[in-house]
Design a protein around this ligand. Structure first.
Ligand SMILES: [Zn+2]
Length: 100
C-alpha cells in the first residue's frame, strides 16, 4: 500500500493531533451550563469542538472539521492501516535524517 500524505498529516496520523485550545465558551441549554472548547491542531490545522459539563465529563464525541487534504478519498484501507503506513513513513523519515 502506498498513500500520499503530507509531512504534517504523517505526524498527525501516526502521533495524533497536536491540539491547542483557540477559545472556550460557557454555554447554557435546557439541561444546564456547559463548556464548549474550539481547538486547532498546531500541525495540520484541523479543528474540533468539544463540550463538557462543569465536572469535566464529555457529552458526546467532539465534532471534527478536518483540514483540506486530511481525509483520504478513494483509498481502500482502514484507519489503522493508514496509521501504520504513516508511522512507517515517520520513522523512515527520521532514520534518514539521523535523528535519535
Ligand atoms: Zn493534526
Amino acid at each position: 500500500m502506498s498513500i500520499e500524505l503530507t509531512p504534517e498529516h504523517v505526524r498527525c496520523r501516526s502521533l495524533g493531533h497536536a491540539w491547542d485550545v483557540l477559545f472556550t465558551k460557557l454555554r447554557r441549554d435546557e439541561y444546564g451550563t456547559f463548556y464548549e472548547a474550539t481547538m486547532t491542531c498546531l500541525r495540520c490545522k484541523s479543528e474540533k469542538t468539544d463540550q463538557c459539563d462543569p465536572n469535566g465529563a464529555r457529552f458526546d464525541r467532539p465534532r471534527m472539521h478536518y483540514a483540506n487534504g486530511y481525509l483520504l478519498k478513494g483509498i481502500d484501507a482502514s484507519r489503522w492501516e493508514v496509521a501504520q503506513e504513516a508511522r512507517l513513513a515517520l520513522y523512515r523519515s527520521a532514520l534518514k535524517k539521523g535523528k535519535p
